[in-house]
Design a protein around this ligand. Structure first.
Ligand code: BGC
Ligand code: BGC
Length: 873
């Protein structure tokens, strides 16, 4: 296994087919022509060739289908197939989103499946009741069975992301996200959670959950790290087996898919957790052996448990997209691993396959995709896929195979009978019984990282200050995939029946005769406590804000890179000699040395979900001062001690974590953690300063993008499209190699203005200057500038900004093609930039018209020599 720190460090190749290494002479600082300056290393090319040369099927176990062939089911399939038209067959292969399709259209086009994406609700109503959900499910079902216009009745199947409980539905039990469950190390608990989740989903008439995610996450910068049980295949494999049993029921019992148990989807096949630099939907550059043994470990056990669907992943394996990967989808998954259910695509994921568009992708079907997950463009995709079957571009036997698989699952799941024993039993949703399981999971997921002088458990009879913006914040403790897709925009009213961490503490303290007071900002007044005394202890609850998918990708694992609000809060309490317990809410391990140094005790609480009382169950004693529950959680992810340790995993050759995989204290431990952990946040790999990424796919924290124009207000670029007030400057997300991984910048020339990567807290980047770095970026000029353009590195004050003319450099680039541009940082310094307090990491300023695109903006140590734009120094 080759996965030690720094494996994908500086100089990692981007295989940008159209990225040409340019010898643009230049320059802004008047230097002579430089030789060809590709910074690409050959590493990824090597991997590519290796894997292309020979696939080695024998690294995968040969599995038999999990369920024995059932002749009755197979003849039912054959009978249906024989009666279906091509249009009906292809209709089965479409999964449309409920925002984009009506029941009437399901009937008309014989659509086989629907989904609700994150943040989509029946009637567009966030507060849709369980009855509203069920009614809509009934309407779609009735439409699918309505043969009044001819055709064969095939029940529709509705899928939903019930990834930590039935999380799209108000009032559902929200279990801890997978990362917390991983720490619980309790496969039996996982099975009960799967079972409870399936029951809550069944109440609403939904048939299928897009869960579990069985990614094995290797780089904690990935925005979906929290959806993963562990960085190690051991836990993921054990949990996948049980989660599938929980959701679908035991395959060899009567409970299998009995309506209390539903269809499950193992996702995302395969390698989603292994992408280089943790980029969502990126490229997993590993050997086939590593793919099979690490990333696919959960699929083996999920298949053994009889999982009925597998979701293809957005990512590529060594440059080739999974949605179009015949070898992995067909040769490996369906043949070698004996999978007889269906493969569903991910959200328009087929469109990234070479040669495909969102509405046309024969390649995916031919590779083995059985159902397209398709949003707005489902009609066009349906039409094109039918045409491709007619022309023979997609062989008929492939269509028949796909439809057989879909029908097989629908028959097994009893959808033809539509016998739904739980539909409408609304009391099951968020029931006490299910909440008790979630609360148990919260208790078991907590990992005690530090407990100096055995500060914990806290005596519940004392004065307890509860601080931090995560204390009374169910939205924050629940993370992404909670009611909305990103988990943002929710308030306390959106969580009926849920308990915040503070409320749980207060209940326990009240019961024990102590006093708990909430003070989010940590302010303490004389009369904060009724006995006018100081707090005996402060419990401070803080951490990451919710995010999902690529919105959560980060460049640095330093916690609160841009702001230091929580450190200041901890400091304020420490300064008053109040013992501090940190309860850290996060979707991944982060570099928190500073926060650890400021805490006497530190608990990793992950994203516990709706049952915040589980935290108090462990942290606080009973009235007699006795512990109630001990800590049992153990890290399922290695905790980093250095800010560059983004890819640090159990069994690494060089393994120097702060807290190793498996670590977790309990009340019998007397381990003291030093209070002077290294606070140098600079990022080194093998002793070398790491690249500083300002933008990769999206601006990386602490950097944010805005548009600045003379005479008008700043416009922040938050979504994928933004423009200045007068529409003169437009910034739009576009695709370079993957979805929205680049920005198109347009200046219409009405007036001068800039597009800026800004940080609120000025950054000291002088190390980069000292280490002979260059600013590098991918650039595509679509329309040459009509007036002067500059690249600038600026600070907030005067006399500390440096601007370099860029027009000349741009004018030498080939129009419409991506190319790398690199500029010696020294040039900015010579032009006046003060690198000790940079607030604009890059500002692109144009006086006239210009249309260009940029991507991958970074400072690369040691790249000065090869920079195209050089200056004397
Ligand atoms: C995600 C999947 C999810 C699907 C439907 C995709 O963007 O990658 O995990 O199941 O959307 O919401
Ligand atoms: C997500 C969906 C979400 C959608 C919003 C997708 O990538 O998977 O669940 O609703 O984006 O645009």
């Amino acid at each position: 296994m080759n996965n030690k720190i720094g494996r994908f460090g500086a100089g990692r190749a981007m295989h940008l087919a159209s990225c040409i290494a340019l010898a643009v002479g230049l320059s802004a600082c008047g230097e002579a022509e430089k030789p060809n300056t590709s910074t690409a290393s050959s590493t990824s090319q090597t991997v590519l060739q290796d894997s292309a040369a020979s696939n080695s099927i024998d690294v995968w176990p040969a599995l038999k289908p999990a369920l024995p062939r059932n002749e009755q089911v197979e003849s039912h399939i054959a009978d249906l197939l024989a009666r279906m038209t091509l249009e009906e067959k292809v209709g089965q292969m479409m999964q449309a989103e409920i925002k984009f399709i009506t029941p009437e259209e399901v009937k008309q086009y014989h659509i086989g499946s629907i989904l609700n994406g994150g943040g989509t609700f029946p009637n567009n109503d966030k507060f849709a009741t369980p009855d509203d959900w069920r009614q809509l499910a009934d309407d779609y079902f009735a439409a699918s069975m309505d043969t009044s216009d001819g055709g064969v009745a095939i029940p529709i199947i509705w899928g939903s992301d019930a990834v930590h409980g039935h999380n799209n539905v108000i009032g559902a039990t929200l279990f801890p996200h997978n990362i917390g469950l991983g720490a619980a190390r309790d496969p039996e608990l996982i099975r009960r959670i799967g079972e409870a989740t399936a029951r809550e989903v069944a109440v609403t008439g939904v048939d299928w959950t897009f869960a579990p995610t069985i990614a094995v996450v290797r780089d904690d910068r990935w925005g979906r790290t929290f959806e993963s049980y562990s960085e190690d295949p051991e836990i993921v494999a054990a949990y996948a087996r049980e989660m599938i049993k929980g959701i679908q029921g035991d395959k060899s019992s009567e409970e299998f898919l009995d309506g209390h148990h539903l269809v499950s989807a193992a996702k995302h096949f395969v390698g989603d957790g292994g992408t280089t630099r943790g980029i969502d939907r990126g490229d997993t550059e590993v050997s086939e052996k590593e793919l099979a043994e690490i990333h696919a470990a959960g699929y083996i056990t999920a298949l053994e448990s009889g999982v009925q669907s597998v979701m293809a992943s957005f990512n590529s394996w060594n440059g080739k997209r999974l949605h179009g990967h015949k070898y992995l989808l067909t040769d490996v998954l369906k043949e070698r691993l004996g999978f007889d259910g269906f493969v569903v695509g991910d959200w328009n994921g087929h469109r990234f396959v070479d040669g495909c568009t969102v509405d046309s992708c024969a390649q995916a079907v031919n590779a083995g995709l059985d159902i397209f997950m398709i949003t707005a463009e489902w009609k066009a995709l349906l039409k094109n896929t039918i045409a491709q079957a007619q022309s023979g571009e997609i062989p008929m036997n492939r269509i028949d195979d796909a439809v057989s698989r879909i029908l097989r699952v629908k028959i097994r799941a009893g959808l033809f009978e539509r016998d739904r024993p739980l539909a409408g039993k609304n009391g099951i949703l968020g029931s006490d019984e299910h909440r008790a399981i979630a609360r148990e999971a919260v208790r078991k997921s907590l990992v005690l990282l530090k407990n100096n002088d055995q500060l914990l458990p806290v005596d519940a009879g004392k004065n307890i200050l509860v601080a931090g913006d995560g204390a009374d914040n169910i939205s924050k403790q629940s993370g992404g995939w909670t009611i909305s897709w990103q988990g943002t925009g929710n308030t306390a009213e959106d969580f009926p029946g849920a308990t915040s961490i503070y409320t749980g503490i207060k209940q326990a303290v009240d019961a024990a005769g102590g006093e708990a007071v909430l003070s989010v900002d940590g302010e303490i007044k004389e009369d904060t406590f009724s006995n006018n005394a100081k707090p005996d202890v402060a419990i401070v609850i803080y951490g990451e804000e919710p995010y999902a998918e690529w919105h959560g990708d980060i460049a640095s694992i330093e916690y609160q890179l841009g702001s230091k609000a929580d450190q200041e809060l901890l400091q304020k309490l420490k300064a008053q000699n109040i013992p501090v317990v940190s309860v850290f809410l996060s979707g991944r391990p982060l570099w928190v040395n500073k926060e650890l140094n400021l805490s006497d005790a530190f608990v990793a609480a992950w994203l516990p979900g709706s049952e915040g009382a589980g935290v108090a169950d462990v942290l606080l004693t009973d009235a007699d001062g006795n512990k109630r529950h001990d800590f049992t959680g153990q890290l399922s992810f290695t905790w980093p001690g250095q800010v560059h340790q983004t890819v640090i995993n159990r069994n690494d050759v060089e393994y120097q974590p702060l807290f190793a995989y498996g670590y977790g204290l309990d009340y019998t431990s007397d381990t003291q953690v030093a209070n002077n952990l290294n606070e140098d946040g600079e990022s080194y790999v093998d002793g070398k300063l790491e690249d500083a990424w300002l933008m990769v796919s999206r601006p990386r924290a602490p950097w944010k993008l805005y548009i600045e124009e003379e005479g008008s207000d700043l416009q922040w670029v938050n979504g994928n499209l933004a423009s200045s007030a007068d529409d003169n400057i437009v910034v739009a997300s576009i695709d370079m190699l993957s979805q929205e991984d680049a920005r198109a910048l347009t200046w219409k020339g009405l007036r001068a203005g800039s597009v800026v990567l800004h940080t609120q807290k000025p950054q000291d980047l002088s190390r980069y200057l000292a280490e002979a770095s260059a600013l590098t970026m991918e650039v595509r000029v679509d329309e040459m500038p009509t007036a002067s353009v500059s690249a600038q590195i600026n600070c907030d004050g005067s006399d500390c900004s440096g601007a370099l003319p860029l027009q000349n450099t741009l004018s030498k680039l080939p129009v419409g093609e991506w190319a790398e541009v690199s500029i010696d940082l020294q040039c900015f310094a010579e032009a006046g930039a003060d690198f000790t307090k940079v607030s604009q990491g890059l500002s692109l300023h144009s006086k006239g018209k210009l249309t260009m695109a940029v991507a991958n903006i970074k400072f690369v140590p040691g790249a000065r020599e090869q920079a195209q734009v050089r200056c004397g120094s």
